[in-house]
Design a binder for this molecule. Structure first.
Ligand code: GLN
Length: 486
């Protein structure tokens, strides 16, 4: 039998409920795996193995008592270290929060705790989720389990690496411009950015509040649906969370794409997209057509301006959100300073990394008097145009299919000195956040041993169609069954 740490949440959930295995056994299997491969993968910033053992024991006791349990009860989980966890250090991979222990749980976290998911620890990311490779982490980059000299993607690279390496069965990532989907693509797993408002942002440390969304990172589409069932829904603590009924997303996981209309936006296959990657995606589209869908080329003309507009809006929001790190109430405080302004200056100079500082400066500039109309306002206008492009496309198509990222995982250090090249890693994913629509990435092939991701865009709140199309493709292929040889 395959090692427990290599199975899916769905498989393990069935084994747990039949009492073929215990949550404790499963947790020990994952802990042993972490001990074996973590020196190479470096996914975890704060492991919580004692807590995991305790939570697993509780699940076993509840099961022995005959309590009815959630399908996620006993399933080992990794949390991106940007989600607040009560009593567990939450760093955002920043020196400025190296000692921050939140007094409360993010809603996503409390829902998973209540479901009985077993918290294996907090995992790496680019500082405050700004980046595409985890190289911006103040604690060093994680390695891609398929080739540890390469990046696992970012910013949720610790989450994708942990799931791909068997160091967790499921993970939560967050996505402001692609940070769930691009690392999922680089590590050969499934990542879903839900519709903006589908999942509560309470306790998710804000990067760009109008774009941020948390979501599942898993080995299979069905596992992603299981996580969505737990984390979705209205939260009175987040006024942007939407009061819509939460369907049973696992019901959407059935192999049926008959009559599904696929749009293939040509802008996502243009220059900069690796031809081998584009080829894998086109083959995936063909597979779906053989299974009963129809596909047609279409166009989203405003996408051309998406990257530029995103890199105004996201830094603008970040410059405002990150103003709270001043060394006064929590987090790092400089030891040497003069006066209260001096305290803030010194603290922020010491605490933030270069990328974060650059974004705060760009954002502050774009929002300042005289530049606001020229930059911020125009970027918001572009955002409206992008949303309209999608509205138009979705009046004709049920889903849009694109590559998730223009390339496979690049080498650690390869793009570190080229900020534009790094930002281009997100060209295919940014539009979902700008338009607020859901996007899912799943594996659709390998190039020279490295995974390729297929991205599926859907209508707002129609995660079910995304899951159904993804599931149908997944069941017709075997990419999701491969595991890296670590
Ligand atoms: N790489 C993009 C950025 O740096 C997106 C990051 C994200 O989605 N959090 O902003």
């Amino acid at each position: 039998m395959a090692a427990l740490y290599n199975l899916t949440a769905h498989e393990l959930s069935a084994m747990l409920s039949r009492q073929e295995i215990s949550a404790r056994e499963l947790t020990e299997s994952v802990i042993a795996r972490i001990e074996a491969v973590e020196p190479k993968v470096r996914a975890y910033l704060t492991p919580t193995h004692d807590l995991a053992r305790q939570q697993a024991a509780e699940v076993d006791e509840r099961r022995a008592r005959g309590d009815s349990l959630s399908p996620l009860a006993g399933i080992p989980l990794a949390l991106k270290d940007i989600l607040c966890t009560r009593g567990i250090r939450t760093t955002c991979a920043s020196k400025i929060l190296h000692n921050f222990v939140p007094p409360y749980d993010a809603t996503v976290v409390s829902r998973l705790r209540e479901a009985g998911a077993v918290c294996m620890g907090k995992v790496n990311l680019d500082e405050f989720a700004m980046g595409s490779s985890t190289e911006n982490s103040a604690f060093g980059p994680s390695g891609n389990p398929w080739d540890v000299e390469r990046v696992p993607g970012g910013s949720s690279g610790g989450s994708s690496a942990a799931v791909a390496a068997g160091e967790a069965i499921i993970a939560i990532g967050t996505d402001t411009g692609g940070s769930i989907r691009q690392p999922a693509s680089f590590c050969g797993i499934v990542g879903l950015k839900p519709t903006y408002g589908r999942v509560s942002r309470y306790g998710l440390v804000a990067y760009a509040s109008s774009l941020d969304q948390a979501g599942p990172m898993t080995r299979t589409v069905l596992d992603a649906a299981m996580v969505m069932n737990v984390i979705s829904g209205k939260d009175p603590r987040d006024s942007t969370s939407v009061d819509l009924p939460v369907p049973d997303f696992t019901q959407a996981c059935r192999p049926d794409v008959h009559g599904v209309r696929i749009g293939v936006p040509k802008e996502f296959f243009a220059q900069g997209v690796d031809t081998a990657v584009a080829q894998c995606v086109r083959e995936a589209i063909e597979t779906l057509c053989e299974l009963g869908a129809t596909a047609e080329e279409c166009s989203l003309p405003s996408i051309e301006y998406c990257l530029a507009a995103y890199y105004i809006i996201a830094p603008a929001e970040a410059s405002s959100n990150l103003a709270r790190y001043d060394g006064v109430k929590y987090g790092h405080r400089s030891r040497e300073w003069a006066g209260h302004i001096g305290l803030m200056e010194k603290t922020r100079a010491e605490g933030f990394g270069a990328e974060v500082k650059q974004r705060i400066m760009i954002g502050t500039y774009a929002l300042s008097a005289g530049y606001y109309d020229a930059f911020y306002k125009r970027a918001q206008q572009v955002r409206t145009l992008i949303r309209r492009d999608f509205d138009r496309a979705f009046s004709q198509y049920d889903v849009l299919l694109t590559p998730t990222a223009p390339t496979t995982a690049f080498r650690i250090g390869e793009k570190a000195d080229d900020p534009l090249a790094m930002k281009l890693a997100d060209v295919c994913t940014l539009p979902a956040n700008m338009a607020g629509i859901p996007g899912l990435s799943l594996p659709c092939g390998f190039i020279e041993g490295l995974p390729v991701g297929l991205q599926i865009y859907g209508k707002p709140y129609d995660e079910e169609t995304l899951l159904r199309v993804a599931y149908t493709y997944e069941q017709a292929t075997d990419w999701h069954t491969r595991r890296p040889a670590l």
